[in-house]
Design a protein around this ligand. Sequence first.
Ligand SMILES: Cc1cc2nc3c(=O)[nH]c(=O)nc-3n(C[C@H](O)[C@H](O)[C@H](O)COP(=O)(O)OP(=O)(O)OC[C@H]3O[C@@H](n4cnc5c(N)ncnc54)[C@H](O)[C@@H]3O)c2cc1C
Ligand code: SF4
Length: 528
Amino acid sequence: MADPKGFLTTPRQTWPRRSAAERVADWNEVNEVYAGQRLLPLVGRQAGRCMDCGIPFCHDACPLGNLIPDWSDLVYRDNWQAAAERLLATNNFPEFTGRLCPAPCESACVLAIDSEPVTIKSIEAAIAEQAWQLGCERPLAPPGPSGRSVAIVGSGPAGLACAQQLTRAGHRVAVYERADRIGGLLRYGIPGFRLEKRLLDRRLNQMCLEGTEFHPGVTVGADLSAAELRARHDALVVAVGATCWRELAVPGRELRGVHQAMEYLPLANRVLEGDFAAPAISARDKRVVIVGGGDTAADCLGTALRQGAAGVTQLDINPRPGERRTAEQPWPVHPKTYRLTASHEEAQALTCGCDGSDGPRDSSRDGSRQAWDAPVADAPGASPVAGADARIFSAATLRLSGDPQGHVAALHLAEAEPADRRPRPGTHQAIPADLVLIALGFCGPEPDSPLLGELALDLTPEGTFARDHGFATQVDGVFVAGDAGRGQSLIVWAIAEGRAAAAAVDRYLTGATALPAPITPADRPLVV
Ligand SMILES: Cc1cc2nc3c(=O)[nH]c(=O)nc-3n(C[C@H](O)[C@H](O)[C@H](O)COP(=O)(O)OP(=O)(O)OC[C@H]3O[C@@H](n4cnc5c(N)ncnc54)[C@H](O)[C@@H]3O)c2cc1C
Ligand code: SF4
């Protein structure tokens, strides 16, 4: 424990964000630019808040088993090189988790029992950047070719982590991806303002130099048969994600202007990649309603604000969570509490006009106030006056209505009863809408995937690919990793799945393995 009084004397401070007005005028990362020397002292002091507990619950709450007290101590002592080595020993991609992880480790920090937890995620992000600056991220040379080869289908964080582990173990690894670029949801789902794609490209470049082969633009099961792939390689890892989206089953769903989040977000990401100047689905000058309460909905919100929406309302069917954890979600579980994401902060700042009112998008901000303050003010569960949250909680969508041309014009909602989510009588409300985005989560791998039919993989009752304790399916030499096996989850779990599946594949190929397996397929987040 480097600083015995750090947790008493140093207040919590996370990696600072740029002002909301500045953020919505560009697509760069919402956090302040990583400027090593300026941020490092701040991070070092924060690391000094770690109490080096005898039993570090943070470490257990991280699916990767990140060695948090070890690297916090080293950061406090300004030994970034050793901290980076400790971090990279358990996490292939800390630059992604340091920015995007919801940090269950912080909920489990012992300080969180009655105080503010250590800023573990910000410390991780800083070490991740220092690792590149200090040369700890040099491409690693494999120990010598094993003579075995592995095909990985899907290039999200699970497929990439699995590929890096197996390449570094000496196997020939080829990653097949149906999209035209590698990265899975890191590439086309998560917007640039939360993960700049140069960070993904930096990592992919390292992997290429290590010898991992990438084949974008190949749909396995259609362009290339799974049987052929299996014949070419000694093992096959299916890491195709859980991209089957949930539908909004209400009258009017068929109207024009109603889209799934994952039809909308990839287009915005493609504009940033330079594929076209303007997206086919844009929020510009439109009154946008987002149906859903999770990360994907927040990403739609931030994207719509940057595109110049006339106003954005987000509907969450759940009641507004409390500010603090309740007895039903005690420490050290990851509680559901009220939080403002960066996108919610931006929406709030734009409606009150208190942040950057001299910014470049004044006209759309004015529109936003006129467009949705009045109609939404009477809606259930919220009163979106200037500066209020863009969300309406306890909101059940009833139907969509359109104009004579068949385009959506309004969304009809009512207050959802907390017990059964049924609409409460007498609370009907209509919100004008030119663009409705559905962000209701994902139910599993796509059931009509050609890969599924060809390999005849067994499915679990939840609709994911069945596998045994060692990530193996019922088909010899075929393994499953990531959301495809676990169901919709998180990047940190996907990386842990990729690492553990790599260990299983290595054992299958060679009879033994020295690769780490941080989780089993049965492991789940801590619950009461
Ligand atoms: C908008 C959005 C925001 C999110 N934000 C966060 C966040 O902030 N933090 C967090 O922790 N998690 C977040 N998540 C969840 C996280 O992105 C996923 O849990 C994670 O990406 C799953 O990784 P994966 O490798 O299993 O699958 P994916 O990332 O889904 O990758 C699967 C890949 O397989 C490819 N594929 C599918 N079928 C085939 C085929 N037949 N042939 C070839 N390729 C194929 C797909 O094109 C895809 O690229 C978010 C998800 C979304 C949608
Ligand atoms: S990966 Fe997530 S859970 Fe693990 S240490 Fe980092 S922020 Fe915490």
